[in-house]
Design a protein around this ligand. Structure first.
Ligand code: DGY
Length: 374
């Protein structure tokens, strides 16, 4: 319930949407007017009230600079919208409070939409995630209730492939290390240029192994042709992709100079690159993961880097996000780390948000979603 501390601010989005701070930090002069739990809200114009018969929608983020007011306009025609406005992402309890009476949720990949939330949200008809990955959503629980689940594939393919290449190049050519070297004042007159300074690995002419050949894997493969690379690929389905030699996973790991991960996180792919498979990689190879944490065994990767069995690695995704201070990855050498920014360009994030809204509206209207994940 929203009672007991809900705080609705007067239409800061300009769309009629209310921002709900479910932790109960009332905006000045706008404290909850009814008794806690009574379900009454401030009576300023536009406030949500139980008299509003429209379906409720809970949006778990104000989406930052992406232009929420404009984005939400199509939803406003069909639903009363509540937007999370806390200074932190909603906790599981806050998510449950927000979605308890909602018929639709627009969420992010950081929101755990688990069986408890689904069973605690009896009116829910559509979950729309602004992400291609849906491993944060309990799909069987949603399906059992007939709840439509939407996601945002396609629009982030090229942007994520670009970041994969940024990480491949940064790792191969030690770009982050070089930047730190210069900033630390270690590039001195006595060491101004040296034949053995910052030696890396060539990408051109090397062999790239792609684990997963969905849209993003294929976009990475297209870029590899410009580098004159031989491209090996492995998929569970055995899908054939022009320009990519399909090989068994063990062969890919043994032959590839660069390995890039592009499978979704599912029960089948969890720990796909475990200690044994990391140990079977070609000595001196480089591993990049822009797909999902949980696919690569992080302690095993840290050990392989520390022991010099791999020449480098780059990770944009982690088993636990954000990466905790105890992670062995933080002390591993030759490792480039990024905070899950594969799709982080303004245009792509706007497209993701737009598609998430389109899925949400379709679900509210009982129509097929533009992109259904289930
Ligand atoms: C997604 O949408 O699942 C991506 O991980 C976001 O970058």
């Amino acid at each position: 319930m929203f009672g007991g501390g809900a705080d609705f601010r007067a239409d800061p989005t300009g769309t009629g949407a209310q921002t709900a701070n479910l932790m109960g930090r009332p905006a000045p002069g706008q404290a909850l007017s009814g008794p806690a739990g009574a379900g009454t809200f401030p009576s300023q114009e536009g406030s949500l009230s139980r008299l509003d018969a429209r379906p409720r929608v809970f949006v778990t983020s104000d989406l930052g600079v992406l232009g929420l007011p404009e984005l939400l306009r199509p939803v406003q025609d069909h639903a009363a919208v509540e937007v999370w406005s806390g200074d932190h992402p909603p906790s599981p309890e806050e998510l449950l409070q927000g979605s308890h009476e909602a018929e639709g949720i627009l969420c992010l990949l950081t929101d755990r939409i688990d069986a408890a939330l689904i069973s605690g949200s009896p009116r829910l008809r559509v979950i729309s995630s602004m992400s291609v990955g849906v491993d944060h959503i309990d799909l069987p629980a949603a399906e059992a209730r007939g709840i439509a689940v939407g996601h945002t594939p396609g629009v982030l393919t090229e942007t994520t492939a670009d970041l994969t290449w940024a990480l491949l190049l940064a790792t191969a050519r030690r770009v982050v290390e070089a930047d730190c070297f210069v900033r630390a004042g270690r590039w001195t007159k006595s060491r101004r240029w040296a034949p053995d300074m910052m030696l890396g690995t060539d990408l051109h002419g090397a062999t790239l192994g792609l684990i997963g050949l969905g849209a993003i894997g294929q976009a990475v493969a297209r870029r590899a042709s410009g580098f004159g690379m031989r491209v090996l690929g492995w998929t569970r389905s055995g899908r054939a992709v022009p320009g990519v030699d399909a090989v068994p996973l063990e062969e890919l790991l043994a032959q590839a100079d660069f390995v890039s991960v592009h499978v979704a996180l599912t029960p089948d792919t969890r720990d796909l690159l475990d200690a044994r498979r990391i140990a079977s990689m070609k000595p001196g190879a480089i591993l990049v993961n822009t797909a999902r944490g949980g696919i690569v065994d992080e302690p095993a990767l840290a050990a392989a880097l520390s022991e010099g069995r791999l020449a480098g690695a780059a990770l944009d995704v982690f088993a636990e996000e954000p990466l905790g201070p105890q992670s062995p990855l933080l002390n591993a050498p030759k490792l480039v780390l990024a905070p899950h920014v594969g799709s982080a360009s303004i245009r792509t994030r706007q497209r993701m948000a737009t598609l998430a809204v389109e899925n949400l509206v379709a679900g509210l209207l009982g129509r097929p979603l533009v992109h259904a994940a289930s």
